[in-house]
Write a protein that binds this ligand. Structure first.
Ligand code: FE
Length: 184
């Protein structure tokens, strides 16, 4: 696959369709300037500020933009909330749609065919392979991303963590927690 991508890129550069420096800048932007830390700040603010959480659940795109995170691959955001009885899992069965402004670039497994197919066929099994044993009474909801709508899981706030600042709370939030392949 890496060779095929390289061959495709070489061909497009040769034909003058893309500028390699521009490609490097885009990848660098999403690897280093954007990433799951943005999503973690959204989650920490929702945990700390009930009014913000209400706005986030009502209109995630605007509430996320309040923190400065917006743009391509995040134009139509929906936040789904984990509760003691509901666990949410995000996938893109068709390809690899992912909320770039809040999570950065998708991990390799998110784009893999086994994850994409099995997340809908056996979500509980897939989550189990990530090391999470969901109690039988917890309902699993799977959200299939599209070119339009991108999902962010709002994990449950870990218990016994009162009095932490937003920054300290954000440090508890993991990328997989916001995809739904981890519980915090
Ligand atoms: Fe996709």
């Amino acid at each position: 696959m890496a060779l095929r991508v390289k061959a495709l890129e070489s061909l497009m550069v040769e034909k003058g369709l893309v500028d390699p420096a521009a490609l490097d800048a885009i990848v660098d932007h999403f690897e280093h300037k954007v990433g799951p830390r943005n999503g973690a700040r959204v989650v920490a603010k929702a945990w700390s500020d009930p009014a913000y959480k209400a706005r986030l659940m009502e209109d995630a795109t605007s509430a996320i933009a309040e923190l400065g995170y917006a743009g391509g691959q995040g134009d139509h955001m929906v936040v789904v909330e984990n509760t003691p009885t509901v666990h949410n899992l995000v996938v893109c069965t068709l390809c690899s749609c992912y909320p770039w402004p809040v999570l950065g670039l998708p991990p390799v497994w998110y784009k893999s065919a086994p994850y994409r197919s099995r997340a809908v066929i056996d979500p509980r099994g897939v989550i189990g392979e990530f090391g999470v044993k969901l109690p039988d009474e917890v309902e699993v909801r799977v959200w299939d991303s599209t070119a339009e709508i991108r999902y962010l899981v709002l994990p449950e706030r870990p218990a016994g963590r009162e009095g932490l600042s937003e920054d300290e709370l954000a440090a508890l939030v993991t990328r997989n927690g916001m995809i739904g392949t981890a519980r915090l």
